[in-house]
Design a protein around this ligand. Structure first.
Ligand code: PEP
Ligand code: MG
Length: 325
């Protein structure tokens, strides 16, 4: 197992027919960065910055945030890190922040919704990210975007912070990319417009599946009841990535479902070339990528999706995986 792990670490994740599939890792604390090289991930496709907010007893200061982001960027040594702005609320509660009592917190005041209403918190975080970048490229991603106008609002807040940086004579990032997470069906349904307005999109499949199936990801009773490998969800994802690609913007998938090799294969088959998974899943996924003929996989996946039968594609994808070797 360990030998296999090591063997995969340093090899590129290129399909048999020569397409590079970027296999990235999800992380949340500066100390996770030791894993980047260890597992051979090409970057961090989702850095959950809220973890620093959730583990502490009080709001981390701009200085504490800056130190932590700087440590991440230093450890990354040039690899791309996608910093998701704090996604607080619902399943991610900070002890010291008390929002209103809500019957359905997953659909409530959380993520970007809270960041827009508590602009000061977002500005603090942006200030820390810009300071930590120290002129290096910076990639920011906004969680739980519901509408294009919310994305515009967030972009305005980012611009204001950059203007402040400039006015103070501090260093701006060499390049700033701002992406939107697609984890609400309304965002997926307008992925084209959202992609036009953003630098990139990333599908947050954990929340997207939760809202697609109306099945609380925190509920033992329903969270695993509906298969994400079902035809409706996969064709919904296909429509989403096709729209974003038509707008000429890159799209990644950072939901934990991509850790399931059949799901990873399916995602590649419908056009995803960038997957971000937990660190431990990176080596086996890289190994799988190198055994795939992407052209053949895509053709087979198109056929599968065009078939009439309803329900889960799991057994079909499994058979396909076996047939393709
Ligand atoms: C997601 O929702 O799929 C996602 C990647 O974000 P999180 O799991 O942190 O909500
Ligand atoms: Mg999410």
């Amino acid at each position: 197992q360990l030998a296999r792990f090591r063997r995969n670490r340093d090899k590129p994740s290129e399909t048999m027919d020569g397409t590079l599939i970027s296999i990235e890792m999800n992380a949340g604390l500066a100390m996770d960065m030791a894993l980047l090289e260890e597992v051979g991930a090409s970057g961090v496709g989702l850095f959950r910055t809220e973890l620093q907010f959730l583990v502490g007893r009080e709001l981390p200061s701009v200085r504490e945030q800056t130190e932590s982001y700087a440590a991440v960027l230093d450890a990354a040594d040039g690899a791309r890190i996608v910093f998701r702005t704090a996604d607080i609320g619902s399943d991610k509660q900070a002890q010291y922040m008390h929002g209103p009592l809500e019957a359905n917190p997953a659909m409530g005041w959380r993520g970007l919704r809270m960041s827009i209403d508590r602009e000061g918190l977002l500005r603090m975080q942006l200030r820390a990210l810009v300071a930590a970048a120290k002129g290096r490229p910076l990639t920011i991603m906004l969680p739980l975007v519901t509408t294009v106008s919310e994305l515009h609002k967030a972009q305005e807040i980012i611009s204001k912070e950059l203007q402040r940086t400039e006015k103070l004579g501090e260093t701006l990032p060499e390049k700033l990319e701002v992406g939107a997470m697609v984890e609400i069906p309304s965002a997926a349904w307008q992925a084209g417009e959202l992609a036009e307005a953003a630098d990139f999109l990333s599908i947050g499949g954990n929340d997207l599946a939760q809202f697609f199936f109306a099945a609380d990801r925190e509920s033992e009773l329903v969270s695993r009841r509906y298969d994400y490998l079902s035809r409706p969800f996969i064709s919904f994802l296909k429509r989403t990535i096709d729209s974003a690609k038509a707008a000429g913007k890159p799209v990644s998938y950072c939901g934990e479902q991509a850790a399931d090799p059949l799901m990873a294969l399916t995602l590649m088959g419908i056009g995803f070339e960038r997957l971000s998974v937990s660190a431990i899943t990176v080596p086996p996924l890289k190994e799988m990528v190198r055994e795939v003929d992407l052209g053949e996989l895509k053709a087979e996946m198109d056929k599968l999706l065009a078939q009439e039968s309803a329900g889960t594609l799991r057994s079909d994808v499994k058979a396909l995986a076996e047939r393709l070797g």
